[in-house]
Design a protein around this ligand. Structure first.
Ligand SMILES: Nc1nc2c(ncn2[C@@H]2O[C@H](COP(=O)(O)OP(=O)(O)OP(=O)(O)O)[C@@H](O)[C@H]2O)c(=O)[nH]1
Ligand SMILES: [Mg+2]
Length: 428
């Protein structure tokens, strides 16, 4: 493919665009190709899914691995020359603003639920201070006045805010806290984030949330394999561009490319009602989007992989079912038809569910939908449904049948050759 066939660098969050911004990043002094890297073969992924599914997080986790294990993971520019994994100071500065904004947004949402659910008897002056600040954050991004800092730290300890936080599985629509922001909402972490000297760690950057615009091109080397990932923005406004992105991406195919559509699904959305169509959930919408992609003629020669993401949030929701009857009813309502009778009985009793069985429930929902796809495929869909949890524990021998298809062979190679690639998919 031409290196920049479908790369757009106009994106506001083009801090992610290592290709187009590679000149801004400090180049690694080592420019030679990695030993063992086959210069003709590139594993190419078109990564797509609904907004907030966790696509860019996959990229950030890979970048973190490049930082933590530079002997195994490398980052490359558009000419496949190694580039530094370190974030330049202007990028750190940008992430600092994003992370602070994430925390402010989360506090505003929590305060909204405190009011909506009448969790606080009277209005809090700390909340008022924060509300004033939220609209004026730009001015205070670098330095926060002491009284605001104290108000922030008092607010996060406020029992009403904590009560709202504990009920986050009931939050819906635009009033939801980004999953990655939750670990930042502690007094200690917030004191760090809003201190003058705060410089985001790689971990903080992985957790930060900034929706992707357009299509971003990343290149990695993992144990000598070349991996190119195009990360596509999944917000509603972005999805209109999908067809043209996919068509361009496919038409840029050339000899030596191994092409995959990597479809990322957030399992956490299994019970979140669609904001416009209350009769379906966001997971249903994701499933429909996947079906639409699978019907597209241009991708019928690409391998198709599905990553079920946000397993930790899914697990936590299922755990909460034992104490939250409404969540229990929701789970039965949205997943009941895919659950075994004994699991439904377990859920109704409020007893603990087998997480493994519940992962299969989501996988079944998607398998059933795939069975209805009419368009003829020339490459397999990767049917060994992968949850970020279980992939790690798949025994190589269990994958033997997967060798039957070319796509699966590539997957097997991808995973067995570089098992740590799988580890990055776990969220921590
Ligand atoms: N708890 C948890 N949070 C996750 C996981 N994966 C991603 N997140 C968080 O979910 C939020 C959204 O993740 P992104 O990677 O920005 O989502 P995206 O799919 O790139 O979204 P768009 O760019 O809007 O298409 C961020 O706050 C992430 O930190 C996960 O497995 N578990
Ligand atoms: Mg993104």
């Amino acid at each position: 493919m031409g290196n920049n066939c479908c790369t757009e660098s106009h994106a506001p969050d083009n801090y992610n665009t290592y290709n187009s911004n590679s000149s801004k990043r400090e180049k690694n002094s080592v420019v030679a190709s990695q030993p063992g890297m086959d210069p003709t073969e590139i594993y190419r992924f078109f990564m797509v899914g609904m907004g907030s599914a966790g696509k860019s997080t996959v990229i950030k986790q890979l970048q973190k691995l490049c930082h933590d294990r530079p002997n195994i993971y490398k980052m490359y520019d558009e000419e496949w020359k190694p580039i530094s994994h370190e974030f330049a100071s202007h990028e750190k500065e940008r992430y600092r603003r994003i992370i602070r904004r994430n925390v402010f947004d989360a506090l505003s949402i929590l305060e909204y639920y405190v009011q909506t659910w009448s969790l606080r008897p009277s209005s809090s002056s700390d909340a008022d201070v924060i509300a004033d600040m939220a609209g004026n954050l730009t001015a205070s991004e670098t330095k926060l006045e002491k009284h605001i800092m104290h108000a922030l730290l008092r607010l996060i300890k406020d029992p009403a805010i904590q009560a709202a936080l504990n009920r986050r599985s009931e939050m819906i629509g635009t009033q939801q806290i980004a999953d990655g922001t939750i670990p930042l909402l502690t007094e200690e972490k917030m004191a760090e984030i809003f201190s003058d000297s705060y410089s985001p760690s790689e971990n903080d950057i992985v957790h930060s949330r900034s929706p992707t615009t357009g299509i971003q091109d990343y290149r990695f080397g993992v144990r000598g394999m070349r991996i190119q990932i195009h990360d596509i923005g999944g917000q509603k406004v972005e999805r209109g561009k999908l067809l043209s992105y996919i068509t361009n991406w496919v038409s840029a195919d050339r000899s030596g490319y191994r092409n995959f559509i990597l479809y990322v699904v957030s399992m956490a959305e299994y019970n979140i009602p669609h904001p416009e169509h209350k009769e379906i959930t966001l997971l249903d919408e994701s499933l429909m989007m996947m079906q639409n992609i699978l019907e597209l003629q241009p991708i019928q020669n690409c391998g198709f992989m599905i990553f079920f993401n946000k397993d930790d949030v899914y697990r936590e929701k299922l755990r909460q079912c034992s104490t939250m009857p409404a969540l229990r009813d929701d789970t039965l309502k949205w997943l009941g038809q895919y659950m075994k009778e004994n699991d439904k009985a377990t859920l109704r009793k409020g007893a603990e569910l087998s997480h493994d069985a519940m992962q299969k429930v989501i996988a079944k929902k998607f398998t059933d939908a795939i069975k209805n796809i009419q368009t003829k495929r020339y490459k397999g869909i990767y049917r060994k449904y992968v949850t970020l949890h279980s992939v790690h524990s798949i025994h190589p021998h269990k994958l033997t049948p997967i060798l039957q298809s070319f796509t699966s062979y590539l997957l097997l190679k991808f995973w067995l050759h570089s098992p740590r690639v799988i580890r990055f998919l776990r969220y921590h």
